[in-house]
Ligand binder design. Structure first.
Ligand SMILES: C[S@@+](CC[C@H](N)C(=O)[O-])C[C@H]1O[C@@H](n2cnc3c(N)ncnc32)[C@H](O)[C@@H]1O
Length: 288
């Protein structure tokens, strides 16, 4: 997992100069054309910080220097790709969000005979296992299919394994209870050395697959789309693209769950949704 996206004073350049901004454009265009990685519409400030960290990490002095390294050395590109991906996650992250899901969204989902859920940007799966536990406790597990996607095959591999560091389970347990958990989290995993192995039956009805929100289209109709802590790394243009993607992917009255750090405020699609919970950013798509 990468570090949280904090400013790093040791590697932070003072300001974006015109030349540097041209170098940045060329850099992003080049890696998109050569490797197919499209970071052109990611939020610039955080992208620059991470790129400059790699500039120093590769012993270079400029973005052009870094570009030379990554174009001629796929391993340098791989190191960069890992550094550009923020994959930090946790189980029952923001417990209030899970409480709101239980109280406000589950009763709505329960009205459908069969429920399709898309978890976009699922990272190593902690959010998906949390959701699967919640749905089991609410009696919906048997009629739900969860499509959990991420751009990174590496994190999806971890997600499929369903293995969490044991030393994190104490914090996850208290998140679980705060989020309205009905049992005890330990009921859902077995201990294997330093690892907690999630009950494999939680993966019944879950499909993990690669999907790039920047370039790929919709692939089904969903009753709930959950996407948290992903679009904060995108610029407005890409955020709008993703909002549109979610809009066309939801059934009428389907729920969009963005979590506390993202919202539809200012989006051209804001009027397509009613707010169900302002704090957890739960929206219902308006019919018609
Ligand atoms: C910070 S994690 C959030 C994980 C989880 N949703 C949560 O809130 O804990 C962001 C995830 O978004 C994924 N991501 C970044 N850009 C993406 C894109 N263009 N398409 C799909 N996933 C993307 C990253 O690989 C990473 O796993």
């Amino acid at each position: 997992m990468s570090e949280p996206d904090l400013p790093d004073p040791a590697t932070e350049p003072n300001a974006s100069t015109d030349v540097e901004s041209v170098e940045l454009d060329v850099f992003l265009e080049a890696i998109q054309r050569v490797y197919g990685y499209d970071f052109r519409n990611y939020a610039r400030a955080s992208l620059r910080r991470r790129l400059w960290r790699r500039v120093h990490g590769e012993g270079r002095h400029s973005l052009t220097g870094l570009l030379e390294a990554v174009l001629h050395d796929p391993q340098a590109m791989e190191r960069l790709r890992v550094d550009l991906s923020v994959t930090v996650t946790s189980m029952f992250r923001d417990p209030q969000f899970f409480r709101a899901l239980r109280e406000l969204v589950v009763p709505h989902l329960a009205t459908y005979p069969f429920v399709r859920i898309w978890v976009a940007g699922c990272a190593s799966g902690e959010e998906v296992y949390s959701l699967a536990i919640l749905l089991r406790e609410e009696g919906l597990a048997d009629r739900v299919r969860i499509y959990a996607t991420d751009v990174s095959e590496q994190v999806l591999e971890q997600a499929r394994e369903g293995r969490m560091p044991l030393d994190k389970m104490k914090a996850y347990s208290s998140n679980y209870l705060e989020g309205g958990g009905r049992e005890g989290l330990s009921r859902y995993y077995t201990v294997d050395g330093r690892w907690a192995r999630m009950d494999p039956t939680l993966r019944d009805g879950v499909m993990f697959a690669r999907h790039n929100l920047a370039t790929d289209g919709t692939f089904n109709e969903f009753h709930l789309v959950l996407c948290r802590n992903v679009m904060i790394y995108f610029d407005r243009t890409l955020q709008h693209r993703v909002h549109e993607l979610f809009d066309v992917s939801l059934v009428d009255l389907g729920i969009l769950a963005l979590g506390a750090r993202e919202s539809l405020v200012g989006s051209p699609l804001e009027s397509h949704f009613d707010v169900i919970d302002a704090e957890s950013r739960l929206y219902r798509k308006v019919a018609g």
